[in-house]
Design a protein around this ligand. Structure first.
Ligand code: SF4
Length: 498
């Protein structure tokens, strides 16, 4: 009988086939960049948790990578005889093995007991965390550990980092003792079934479905779906199709061509019609009328932001969107286009200089065009709250914001958009000579975040930092120039040389 790791048991909980493939065909697994990023965030939060739970630094860390499994289990047994906090304590028993994030010693009636804490980088307790903790508790108890309690620690995203390396308020705990202690038989059953699944020479016959993404995107999806019929025009291209796509798939309808018209609203119908006919929808009169109410000068604005699970700047919260860059194109009454920008790669908190620079270049009147206004307006409102002395000016800019996205949604559709009105899809359709994929390095918001992190890292050489700076500036500039050109086409102002 093999000992399953906790992650294998949780893979089994998601899908028995996933467990089988992880054991027999791990080579088929493809982890997305998002999966890799979530591992990294988990490590960061884990490191901070050690400082929170062991501020004096007296505890012991077990590193299975360097010590190996046998030594890690042995050393855990040794450390359980001390009164020191243990991080990554390893247990093997009952057909499974696991490493506990935090073990804290305690005494009850003169007897030594342990408090276990599982640390997660999420901002709430999820159902799969409850399974995770139940497995962890079962293994530790089966290994003979006198567990007194178990808690799940997760990130409090309402907490504000006070600075000076004080992360004591970053995590909040949910006590799961009663629940986890009562699930022993359930976990035993999972282990028995997982053993049967893994021992089977044949791959389980399980089709893809909603479970492939819950709780995690499964890395075997490409493999499992390889023989499934592929739609030429997938149903999920329909805007706001939501759960209806799954209902249709259950009936064998995966292609737009097969979706009955009477199930579709007018916007979905437009996507279906123009996709199948390969024609462009453009309500030029309506778009021009939408924009005619706004005069020149006009401003075209876009922000780039960065989020940290563990805030690095005083006064910021976990997962807060911190603005570090903007691009602004200004179109004068005479039709002259100018560009200004802001980018802070110093590594310091860019928020206040960002807000000040923004106020300095946005003028006093005229529409401020953005694409998907909720993002920019939310950031400006947050900055206004954080910097009361800049609040009036920031809120005044917010009041001038005009969103180009709903105009694009209502007035334009090109089959190449594949059901999306993101600016990355709309721009190449409306202005084919402008393309994000022609940019060097940074080509999307995720790339901008990665580039920013690399640029502010102390080990990044000046030459590389300068290269990243140019890439970020070019990327954000294209975002606002794209808006200018969209505005021009939608407003019918093709006489302007932009
Ligand atoms: S892709 Fe879906 S069906 Fe295939 S192993 Fe993963 S969860 Fe199971």
């Amino acid at each position: 009988m093999r000992n399953f790791s906790k992650s294998k048991l949780l893979a089994f909980r998601q899908c028995p086939k996933r467990l089988w493939l992880e054991i027999h065909r791990p080579d088929l697994r493809i982890d997305t960049a998002a999966t890799q990023a979530s591992f990294q965030i988990g490590h960061q939060v884990g490191d901070i948790a050690q400082r929170i739970y062991d501020p004096a630094g007296l505890g012991a860390l077990i590193d299975v990578q360097t010590e190996g499994f046998s030594r890690a289990f042995e050393r855990t047994t040794e450390l359980l005889g001390t009164m020191l906090p243990i991080f990554e304590a390893g247990f093997v028993a009952g057909g499974a093995l696991a490493f506990a994030d935090v073990m804290l010693p305690d005494q009850v009636d003169g007897k030594q007991v342990w408090r276990m804490v599982e640390v997660k980088s999420s901002t709430s307790v999820k159902d799969y965390h409850r399974d995770d903790v139940a497995v962890q508790v079962f293994i530790a108890q089966s290994a003979g550990v006198p567990l007194q309690s178990v808690a799940l620690a997760y990130i409090d995203n309402f907490w504000t980092y006070p600075g000076n390396d004080d992360y004591s308020g970053l995590l909040v705990e949910a006590d799961l003792t009663a629940e986890a202690f009562s699930r022993t038989e359930e976990v035993k059953a999972w282990i028995t079934l997982a053993q049967l699944t893994s021992a089977s020479p044949a791959e389980p016959a399980i089709e893809t479905g909603a479970h492939c993404d819950v709780p995690y995107a499964c890395g075997f999806y490409d493999y499992c779906s390889r023989d499934e019929p592929k739609a030429q025009y997938p149903v999920y291209w329909l805007p706001y199709i939501g759960a209806k796509a799954q209902e249709l798939a259950a009936q064998g309808v995966i292609d737009l061509a097969d979706v009955p018209d009477d199930l579709l609203n007018p916007k979905q119908m437009r996507v279906k019609t123009h996709t199948l006919a390969n024609t462009v929808f453009f309500d030029a009169v309506g778009a021009a009328a939408d924009l005619a109410v706004h005069s020149l000068p006009a401003y075209f604005l876009d922000f780039e932001t960065i989020q940290f699970a563990v805030p690095i700047w005083q006064g910021t919260r976990p997962y807060q969107q911190n603005t570090f860059q903007f691009s602004l194109h200004t179109l004068s009454e005479a039709g002259q286009l100018e560009h200004t920008e802001f980018l802070d790669l110093s590594g310091g908190d860019p928020s206040e200089p960002f807000a000040q620079a923004l106020i300095a270049v946005c003028g006093q009147s005229g529409p401020v065009y953005v694409y998907n206004a909720a993002f920019e307006t939310s950031r400006m409102s947050e900055l206004a709250t954080r910097y009361p002395h800049l609040s009036a000016a920031l809120l005044a800019i917010n009041a001038r914001v005009v969103d180009l996205l709903p105009i694009a949604r209502d007035r334009y559709y090109h089959p190449s958009q594949q059901g999306s009105w993101s600016i990355k899809k709309v721009l190449p359709a409306v202005v084919p000579e402008l393309r994000y994929d022609a940019l060097d390095g940074v080509q999307d918001g995720g790339g901008a975040m990665e580039a920013f992190l690399e640029a502010i890292h102390p080990d990044t050489q000046a030459e590389r930092k300068s290269q990243i700076e140019q890439q970020l500036l070019a990327y954000c500039k294209l975002d606002t120039y794209a808006m200018v050109r969209l505005w021009q086409v939608f407003a019918g102002r093709t006489e302007l040389k932009l």
